[in-house]
Design a binder for this molecule. Structure first.
Ligand SMILES: C[S@@+](CC[C@H](N)C(=O)[O-])C[C@H]1O[C@@H](n2cnc3c(N)ncnc32)[C@H](O)[C@@H]1O
Length: 276
């Protein structure tokens, strides 16, 4: 579902953190520096409104999590949710439009990231356009960073090629939840489980690392399982009805997952491990 662009988006996002643009490429191998302590690093690509990664991060303080979301409006929703949950802000404020604007009650700079290496700092949108930096770094480019908890940061950018953003063996795990299905065959290469992405994940994942994938879309699931197998991954967990299984992932539902499972749709799930 397409999210409509929210009014005053830039201003609202800047409440959470300003001056926080990084060049994805400059952060390669250094993401762990942004957290309170160096710990195994897990990333979700296309985190949406962030419920899954928030719950994961709260359940595992011994791991660091990066939640990547390309759509600015969806990112704002994720930050609002994180602020409400992590700062225990009043539930009523902001969501129904009758209360004070949500950003008025969030302390300014509440998710400001520190320790961004000087040489990894990105430029602001206007400078980027003028310097042609977006073209140069076409793909993942620059992103805004929001540090929501000691072990959780949100990154507002589109992932195009993970090897531009992460160093070899930098990640211990990857989550892909309800990724956009891109149903037309001519768009297959845009699916986040296309072999073109899988070879990148293989490079940035540690040898013992794993990727967990959930979707309600059977065609996308079958396609993905084929891609995993053709690209040399091993499926250590597999279910065509996750919620009827005992897999750990059941306990960490995403917004899409709650919606589709409440309609009685089965959730497809697999955990793929690097074989080489
Ligand atoms: C269908 S939604 C699912 C959201 C969430 N994972 C869930 O399960 O509720 C897919 C999300 O992935 C984001 N997305 C798609 N491609 C992306 C990419 N290459 N990099 C970052 N985000 C991406 C979209 O903006 C969208 O918010």
């Amino acid at each position: 579902m397409r999210q409509r662009k929210l009014k005053g988006l830039e201003e609202k996002l800047s409440v959470y953190s300003s001056d926080n643009r990084v060049r994805a490429e400059g952060m390669k191998g250094r993401w762990n520096q942004l957290f309170s302590s160096e710990q195994p690093l897990f990333a979700e690509f296309g985190c949406g409104k962030g419920q899954f990664i928030l719950r994961r991060a709260q359940a595992r303080p011994d791991r660091n999590f990066i939640a990547v979301e390309g759509n600015d409006s969806v990112m704002l929703r994720a930050l609002q949710k994180a602020a409400r949950r992590l700062l225990t802000l009043p539930e009523a404020a902001g969501e129904d439009g009758n209360e004070r604007p949500f950003e008025d009650i969030v302390p300014r700079g509440v998710f400001q990231a520190e320790n961004i290496p000087q040489d990894a700092r990105g430029e602001n949108r206007k400078d980027e356009a003028e310097s042609g930096i977006r073209k140069k770094y076409r793909g993942s480019g620059t992103g805004r960073i929001f540090r929501a908890a000691p072990n959780l940061i949100f990154v507002n950018m589109y992932i195009r090629d993970v090897t531009e953003c992460f160093a070899e063996n930098e990640l211990s795990g990857i989550y892909l939840n309800f990724s956009d299905p891109w149903p037309k065959e001519r768009h297959a290469a845009r699916r986040l489980t296309h072999s073109r992405y899988l070879s990148g994940y293989q490079h940035v994942l540690k040898p013992e690392g794993a990727l967990e994938f959930k979707t309600d879309n059977e065609a996308l699931f079958r396609f993905s399982v084929r891609e995993f197998s053709d690209s040399g991954w091993e499926l250590s967990e597999y279910s065509e009805d996750l919620h009827a299984s005992d897999f750990d992932s059941v306990g960490f539902q995403t917004e899409y997952e709650e919606k589709f499972s409440s309609l009685g749709r089965p959730i497809f799930y697999c955990r793929a491990e690097r074989r080489m």
